[in-house]
Design a protein around this ligand. Structure first.
Ligand SMILES: [Zn+2]
Length: 141
């Protein structure tokens, strides 16, 4: 008796996704969208069952590796968007106005990732290690 491949991270995430989809599907049941959500949720459940009971372990591991690189790319994409928004906001509040408001500080950016720093003026040359990307650079202030 073969016990099959079993339950992995892909199955777990698919189960979470199908649970969310079926909840949304039930809420929107009277609309076409709700039916689509429920159909997709049911399909996902069936796929999870097939994967979990599958004797073809190599194939399932390939799927897991593929999924993890995909999930990594997706999270990287969202982290990129978050960083872009964050940096845009920093640039918006910064610029010349910040320096003018606070003349005793020197504002500067990391040359590698653009994270903003400030240091009290008149300290001469300082060595900065970026907290964001670890870049080391010297700054005259
Ligand atoms: Zn940096």
């Amino acid at each position: 008796m073969n016990n099959g491949y079993g339950f992995d991270r892909l199955s777990r995430d698919a189960l979470i996704a199908s649970t969310i989809l079926s909840c949304v599907g039930v809420i929107l049941w009277r609309s076409v969208l709700g039916m689509v959500f429920c159909a997709v949720a049911t399909l996902l459940m069936a796929l999870i069952l097939v994967r979990t009971l599958s004797p073809n372990i190599e194939r399932r591991q390939d799927e897991l590796i593929g999924y993890e690189s995909f999930a990594g790319a997706v999270s990287g994409f969202f982290i990129g968007i978050y960083n872009k928004l964050f940096k845009k906001n920093a640039a918006y509040t910064g610029g010349g106005t910040k320096q003018a408001k606070d003349p005793s500080y020197k504002y500067f950016k990391c040359p590698k990732c653009g994270r903003e720093y400030r240091a009290p003026k008149g300290k001469g040359k300082i060595r900065v290690t970026c907290r964001e990307c670890g870049e080391q650079f010297e700054k005259k202030i």
